[in-house]
Design a protein around this ligand. Structure first.
Ligand SMILES: [Zn+2]
Length: 163
């Protein structure tokens, strides 16, 4: 669950879905930032500075539903499809993110004042949390019964009653 949380959470940060993960690389006609620190700033610095907390996000979080595991026509695993759709949607936020950065929406001084940058990050955090919840719920709902504990307790009880 911890590893899954790391990967799904990272997936909600658009910079984890692009080659432009530590600032824009290569041709740069839009003159997006090339600052390599932008990634770690968004991962933690901005969130701390903007005082984004779970308590503030809770009212915006939707109850998750299990992912539909219907058979795909192309044979792909439905969890794989849902995960790729999730990552593709976050990747679609890369250019909007760099546009916002160009408009100074993520500067330190703007963190607590500018709601556009903060709301963008909040939305991504919520999206990641909801996807993680959906995956966990899907796994739990579709898991087979685990009889290990029951069997072991029965064995122990049998051993204790043997004279
Ligand atoms: Zn990161």
């Amino acid at each position: 669950m911890g590893l899954m949380g790391h990967f799904i959470g990272d997936g909600a940060q658009p910079l984890h879905t692009t080659i432009h993960h530590n600032g824009w690389t290569g041709d740069n006609p839009e003159r997006y930032t090339r600052w390599p620190g932008i990634h770690s700033w968004i991962d933690g610095g901005f969130i701390a500075k903007a005082e984004i907390t779970i308590e503030k996000l809770l009212p915006q979080i939707n109850t998750v539903r299990a992912i539909e595991l219907k058979k795909q026509l192309d044979g792909r695993d439905p969890i794989f499809v849902a995960t790729m759709e999730y990552l593709t949607a976050q990747n679609a936020q890369v250019v909007p993110f760099y546009e916002m950065e160009k408009e100074d929406r993520f500067k330190s001084a703007q963190a607590t004042k500018d709601s556009i940058g903060r709301e963008f990050i909040e939305k991504q955090l919520i999206r990641g949390g909801e996807m993680l919840g959906a995956i966990w719920l899907t796994a739990w709902a579709n898991a087979s019964d685990d009889s290990y504990l029951t069997r072991e307790l029965a064995k122990r009880a049998a051993a204790n009653t043997t004279p």
